[in-house]
Design a binder for this molecule. Structure first.
Ligand SMILES: [Zn+2]
Ligand SMILES: [Zn+2]
Length: 619
């Protein structure tokens, strides 16, 4: 279903037009279209293709054209054109409770406020309180709202950070002298949320004549229509005039190109080897720091800037005990470098096995590396199949065969179709009769499918009292059942835990999907006794899902670790609602790896035969 994202885009366009004081009538039209889309229970893409969308009252020709563009390309040009007309920071202000487009327009026009920091300063100075329609009470409220946002959403989701790194990385890779690009920090550790994106770059000055680098950069600037807003990198004692006559070093050229890149919204800092900028991605402004590091100490820099802090502290202590010194330039014996260019050499020199970045949290990995007992963390190539996905039968966008085709392209050996059960009415859940028809269709397709086994399953609602949405007779026909709590998640710990354990007691329930129900930056986890959950899962041969959707990552890393230690199996599921959604698998794999899971802890690592044995053991 793309209705949510599309509705938000129309709302966004209305916001921007209101800030720009455009025609009221048009603003209202956009708001109305946003509401209609949000309220439509059927996928907009489907309505569009069938021609029924044109008949929906309130959706005119021009809205229809925009929707069509979105369905086919994932974007709306008019939206992007609107965004270009206001400072990007203004939209951020709309996230503050009681700050509507009208208020944003007022502070922008009267005080020149263009972002969160500006507004905060203007509120604190009392300037905002002087404006008509604001006053003390409202400004106090706004300050509280900003404080809340700073606490609540200081970090972005892993996929948002990965997108930012991808944008910047692809750009830097085009620069002639750049030899290696490594996103470091919490992104490299694949944490569930990320603060700033750190990118390390090393250049090869010997390979490229300096003016070649210069030209590449100028061409880039020209192509991007830049020339203003760029911050030149000045050396100590240098002025703009003297700078102009000098050819920048390869390091400086990288930073200059980065800070002048077309995706940069605001340059925060710029020096000879480090540039810091806020860049635009599809849905967020992301701070990206680019550091240019000498090739000779690139490994040490990767180690240092990957962290975590706690891991690095423990590692430095180990170095000190060995009479060595460890920093971002290398591991040193006095002045003499012991290891610096290669990250692995640093671990080796400290008597440790190489530690996968996803394990660097000071959660016992250093000791395990010394004792040669580190797990071989699961990787994408261990994955033989996906166990959670939706089709057009419930709220997915693609048919069974399209999901199967996409799975074949990923090299999978099996998939399990798990559409919603009847109680998930908003998600168009299947009745027992519709499910039976789907099972039949899956069996027919599977017979013709040589390389891929298509399993028939269901995402079964766990009802409020722990009973299941279908009788055993219905479930007995399925190959695999994953059960989920989709409602009543606010209950108390004992009640929720009992409800979940009871579902696991069913001989037909093979997995619990997105066990805690959290949505990153949106909704907290259910209050569950996780110790009991993982123990009961192990005891009843029920797997726990690692939902790979980057909004969920549920189980989270530490819960995965608990499950692995309790001997419970994990099942990574993308919960894909389209064929493209199957590619989210890597996020689940990384989360499981952060929980020290290996191939043998995962249903996804099994052959179809082994999976059937797992299911039958419980029946
Ligand atoms: Zn679900
Ligand atoms: Zn699902």
């Amino acid at each position: 279903m793309q209705n949510g994202a599309l509705s938000e885009l129309f709302g966004r366009m209305a916001d921007v037009m209101e800030i720009l004081a455009e025609d009221r009538f048009r603003v209202n039209t956009y708001r109305k279209v946003a509401r209609i889309i949000a309220d439509t229970p059927v996928d907009i893409g489907e309505l569009l293709e069938s021609g029924r969308l044109a008949e929906v009252p309130g959706i005119g020709k021009s809205s229809l054209a925009k929707i069509e563009q979105f369905v086919h390309t994932g974007r709306i040009e008019a939206h992007e054109a609107l965004l270009r007309r206001i400072p990007a920071g203004l939209l951020e202000l709309l996230r503050i409770p009681s700050m509507g487009p009208k208020s944003v327009k007022a502070v922008y026009e009267a005080l020149g406020v263009t972002g969160m920091a500006d507004l905060k300063a203007a509120l604190e100075s009392g300037a905002v309180a002087e404006l008509p329609g604001f006053g003390r009470k409202k400004t106090d409220q706004l300050l509280k709202g900003i404080a809340f946002l700073e606490k609540a959403t200081g970090r972005i989701r892993l996929d948002q950070a990965a997108e930012a790194a991808q944008i910047v990385g692809a750009f830097l890779a085009e620069i002639g002298q750049v030899k290696a690009i490594v996103p470091a920090g919490s992104l490299r550790r694949r944490c569930e949320t990320i603060g700033d994106v750190d990118i390390l770059v090393t250049v090869d000055e010997a390979d490229v004549p300096r003016d070649e680098g210069r030209r590449t950069m100028d061409e880039r600037r020209g192509a991007a229509g830049m020339g203003t807003g760029r911050m030149p990198v000045l050396r100590a004692g240098e002025t703009l005039a003297t700078h102009k006559g000098r050819t920048p070093s390869a390091q400086e050229a990288v930073i200059e190109a980065f800070t002048a890149a077309p995706f940069v919204d605001e340059v925060l800092a710029s020096g000879p080897t480090k540039g810091s900028a806020r860049i635009r991605t599809v849905e967020a402004l992301v701070q990206v720091d680019v550091r240019v590091v000498a090739a000779g100490s690139f490994g040490a820099a990767c180690q240092y800037f990957t962290g975590s802090k706690a891991h690095n502290v423990a590692l430095r202590e180990l170095a000190v005990k060995a009479g060595l010194k460890l920093n971002e330039y290398g591991l040193f014996d006095g002045e003499k470098p012991v290891a610096a260019a290669e990250e692995a050499d640093i671990y080796k020199a400290l008597g440790l096995d190489y530690i996968d970045p996803r394990l660097r949290e000071d959660r016992g990995e250093i000791e395990a590396a010394r004792n040669h007992t580190l797990p071989a963390p699961v990787s994408l190539k261990d994955i033989r199949g996906d166990l959670h996905m939706h089709t057009t039968a419930s709220d997915g966008e693609d048919a069974i065969e399209e999901m199967a085709q996409a799975a074949r392209r990923l090299g999978y050996r099996f998939i399990c179709i798990t559409d919603h059960s009847q109680s998930s009415a908003i998600a168009n859940g299947l009745s027992a009769r519709r499910l039976a028809r789907q099972v039949k269709a899956i069996r027919t397709l599977n017979e013709k499918s040589r390389d891929l086994t298509i399993l028939a399953g269901v995402e079964l609602d766990i009802l409020a009292d722990g009973r299941l949405d279908f009788d055993d007779a219905v479930l007995a026909d399925l190959d695999y059942v994953t059960a989920s709590i989709h409602s009543g998640m606010a209950g108390d710990r004992e009640k929720l835990t009992t409800r979940m354990l009871k579902a696991m007691d069913s001989r037909y329930v093979n997995c619990i999907s997105h066990p805690t129900g959290r949505l990153i930056n949106e909704r907290g986890a259910m209050d569950l006794d996780m110790e009991q959950v993982v123990r009961h899962a192990a005891r009843t041969h029920t797997a726990l899902e690692v939902n790979a959707n980057p909004w969920r990552l549920d189980l989270k890393d530490t819960h995965c670790r608990m499950a692995v230690e309790a001997g419970a199996m994990l099942a990574i599921g993308t919960d894909a609602h389209s064929a493209a959604g199957l590619t989210l698998m890597a996020y689940g794999v990384d989360t499981a790896a952060r929980g020290w899971a290996t191939k043998k802890d995962l249903l996804n690592g099994m052959t179809v035969r082994q999976l059937q044995v797992f299911v039958n053991k419980k029946r």
